[in-house]
Write a protein of this length. Sequence first.
Length: 312
Amino acid sequence: MKKIAIRDAYGEALKRLGAENERIVALEADVGGSTKSALFGKEFPDRYFQVGISELNMVNMAAGMARAGLIPFVNTFSAFLSTRASDPIVSMIGYDHMNVKLAGTYVGLSDSYDGASHHAITDISFARAIPGMVVLTPSDAVMTEKAVRAAAAYEGPVYMRLSRAAAPVIHEESLDFAIGKGIRVREGADVTIVVTGTLLGKALAAADLLAGEGIAAEVIDLHTVKPIDEELLAASAKKTGAVVTFEEHSICGGLYGAVSEALARLCPVPADGIGAVGYAESGDYEDLLAKYGYTPEALAAKAKAVIARKAQ
């Protein structure tokens, strides 16, 4: 299966969008070669603003640009966007509901060799707590293109969670992407696996493992963590009676939190999740994923444990 790095897909999508809409501008905090926003900058130098290592000022600038009618895309590593720039993101972008698109790259453990200081495992928690903030986590290159376009078309603040890593291209070009509407990738009747981001391929592999044991797992790609697709979640949980979430993010406040909050109100069922419970060290990306339980085998085991709770 072909793999494409999410950051590359994002850079190309932003460049194409810039050619179609002159209101699109991009801001960068000295890592344009890494976030791939430099592709936009090369094509549209008059609409590309390199601010240096000053994430807070970059967001302030974006707020002013949005006020002037532009559509700014703010680019830097998520670990810094969600911390160093947190003040203006809350007090200006969130509070005033500004039309700013925050592109946080190198999420999860994907900046693997730079260690915990560059890993982003709390950004979903931060972004989804801000009133009015949309939170998108595309799973492959096809979805990344569509998420960028949907974010630009949406009137209001959007946080996009973009991995550094290459991910298998799972979705077809004909994918119908809509903010707030998850995608049922595989039908199942015994357990629901809810995944967000580039772990989708591993979630489908876990479903294959479960199928080998006679367990039919439903797989949902929840690319929008906020607003969450309550209708799809409730319908799936009602059908399967058990839910497992899978995210490259802290188990606190991320996908597991969002899904559990929805199910507690709509359809309480046995649920559990795989996510970060602590900080990771530097190392090879796939090795880190394996060490911290982001594997098809670990997910299949978690699913069986939740299924067992249905009979209790």
